[in-house]
Structure formats: C-alpha cells, structure tokens
Design a protein around this ligand. Sequence first.
Ligand SMILES: NC(=O)c1ccc[n+]([C@@H]2O[C@H](COP(=O)([O-])OP(=O)(O)OC[C@H]3O[C@@H](n4cnc5c(N)ncnc54)[C@H](O)[C@@H]3O)[C@@H](O)[C@H]2O)c1
Length: 396
Amino acid sequence: MTTPTHSPLPSDRQLPTPLGVAVIGYAFMGKAHSNAWRNVASFFDVPAFEQKVLVGRDATQVAAAAAKYGWAESATDWRTVIERDDIHIIDICAPGWMHAEIAVAALAAGKHVLVEKPLANTIAEAELMTAAAAKARARGVQSMIGFNYRRVPALALARELIAEGRLGTVRHVRAAYLQDWLSDAESPMTWRLRKETAGSGALGDIASHAIDQVLFLLGDAVTEVSGRLHTFVTNRPGPSGTEEVTVDDAAWATLSLASGAIASVEVSRVATGQKNSLKLEIYGDKGTILFDLESLNELGFLDATVPVREQGFRRILVNEPEHPYLEAWWPQGHIIGWEQTFTHQVRDFLTAIATGEAPSPSFEEGLNVQHILAAVEESAAAKSSLIQLHTATEGA
Ligand SMILES: NC(=O)c1ccc[n+]([C@@H]2O[C@H](COP(=O)([O-])OP(=O)(O)OC[C@H]3O[C@@H](n4cnc5c(N)ncnc54)[C@H](O)[C@@H]3O)[C@@H](O)[C@H]2O)c1
C-alpha cells in the first residue's frame, strides 16, 4: 500500500460521472460506511460520486435508514441493484455468508466492489471471489476488502517506521483484540454465533483484523501456525428456545513469519470489561512500537539506538499534517476517531478507481488471511499442532 497523499486526482481517466454507489446492508457496518460515503468528499479530493441506493431486506426500515444516512433511494433486492447501469460501485456490508454471492455477481456485472471483512466464510468462497476479482481487474474493475484498521493514521505511520528500519529486525509481535459483548451467558443467539452464517466466531470476526495488521505492519508472510479455539458459553437463548453456539468465543494463535519473527494473536468476545480493545506491540532489536485502539491518535515508540540513560517510550501524537491521511482533517491536535478509518477506506477505494491502480488490501490478501484462519482451526482440531502454510502472501 502506498502512503496516502492528497494530491489532486489525475483528470485524464475516463470515469462515469458521477459514479453511482450502492451499499448493501444498513445496520452496523452499513451505517459506518454510509457515514464515510456522506463525508469523504468534504475532506478528500475524490472523483464525483452519488449515494444512490441503500439495500436491505425490510422495505420500511431500509427506506428510513436511507433517508437518515443520505441515500437517494432504498431497495430490497440486491440483484436488481447490481444490474442497474447507473450503479458503478457495490459496497457489501452484509453478513459474511452473503459476501461471495454478491461480490462475484457484482464483479461479473462490471461493478467495483468493496466488501467487509472477513472476505468470506469458507476458503472455497474466498477463492471464487479472488478469481472473480482477478478477472475483473484485467478489465479495470477494482475490488478491496474492508480491513479498516489499516486506515488508522497511527498504524499507517507504524508501518512506515517499521519499513524504514526504525525497529531494526522485528523479533516478535503481540496482537490482542478483546471484546466482552458475549460475556453475559444470556446474550441471545445472532447470525454471528452460528457457523453456517458466520463461518467462525471471534476467529473470523476479530482475529482476521489482528492477523491482517500483523501482515500489514511487517509486510511479512505467515509460514506456520499453531492455534487454539474455545467456546465458553455453549448454549444461548435463540428465537425458539435454547440453541447451541457453533463457533468459538475466543481464539489463540502463534504465527511464524517468513522473516523469522513470531506473532502471538489473542482474541475474545468474552473478555469482561474489554469493549473493543485492539492492542499491538511490535518488538525489534532497535526499538519497539505500541498501539492501543482506545487511544488511536497515539503511538508509543521506544528508540533503543539512543543511549540507555535517555531511553524510554515516547508518545507520538499522530495528528500532524505530515502523518498519513491527516492533512485532510483538522488543525494539529484536533483528534480524529474510529469512524474516520472508514472515510479513509472509501477515499482509498475511490482513488484506486480513479487512478486504475489496484487497491490494497486486495481479495488475494483477504484470501491469504482466510488461509491463516483455516490453519488456526486445523491446528486447534489437532491439539494445537503446527500447520505449515504454503500460500503465504505478504501484506501488500
Ligand atoms: N470493519 C469492522 O470493524 C467491522 C465491524 C463489524 C462488522 N464487520 C463486518 O461487516 C459485515 C456486516 O456486519 P454488521 O455488524 O454490519 O452486521 P449487522 O447484522 O449489523 O448488519 C447486517 C446487515 O445486512 C443486511 N442483510 C442481511 N441479509 C440481506 C439480504 N439478503 N439483502 C440485503 N441486505 C441483507 C441486514 O439487513 C443488515 O442491515 C460482516 O462481514 C462483519 O464481519 C466489520
């Protein structure tokens, strides 16, 4: 991924004007993405686009959401939306079990596709999507997966510092993504707790983000995986009585990287008191970087090349115009938040469409993450034995 800049877009590329956008799904991510589509042009130079259609299942509810979030229309059948000539971008914010069907159809219809993580629920679906994306790319049609934490300015800066060698040789990484919304054993069943709709639990939901970050920050590839999964609450109240939970509540993995580094990944949706805690620690022989999503404008940095008597963690306030994405926002020190990561994501996707340069993370990178997730599951099923990966792709 290139460091984001805010230079004017090239004007010589023929783009439909305006680009018509449709978002599928209007709940959590549908709202976060709608907010990004509504705001992106106020801050960044992006090609002209129109918020055309918001798609959901319930006509009344999706119409209300469309009016609230700035969409011109609403619809209940994504297939007819994909066929429309005035729609050029499909942004998929539906659950994982729908990603493959919608993305493959949209790409075949020549629409640029942004899809939420994880890429899909199975390797087979992810492979289909990746093949469709490669075919579409050859026709100038772009696709990208929504690992939005790549668009946290502090993490984009961390990647730059690591690439510049400021940490020296990275030895190990700790990645922990902890939530507690399932701590209560009476929390009801949702699509996220059924294997057939979610694919996996905390693993696909949040370890996918943590693993993508390891690949993104280090620009490295995973070669070997050991994992463990656990479901602490095995039955929950469902719509028609008690239902079995068929996915993990928490997952642990150690990842060997091609560089020789090792990453530990720990994720949970039952970590009582932790709301949405993503913590990353990267340890090299010349320095260390610390990140905590709850203070997302900050990066901890220790430079071990200065004399020991002067060493200590510095807090970098990642809020200067020279930091990734920040030139477009407020004056220094006027901090940004979680929702801006989605604005940056839409900005990068629109830029890729305008320039014709394939965006990152690609579906191929999403498929690579799926292989790592599958290896964690395979290892967990074999008493945490080491699983070799042969499809390692670097975080671009
Ligand atoms: N990047 C992130 O930080 C992040 C956070 C949460 C979720 N996600 C991902 O976003 C995706 C959606 O998750 P969510 O939390 O928004 O889920 P959600 O349950 O809040 O919303 C799902 C939406 O999909 C819609 N939908 C379902 N079936 C549909 C159909 N047949 N046609 C049209 N719309 C349909 C629902 O109406 C709903 O609006 C998942 O892939 C999830 O993993 C990403």
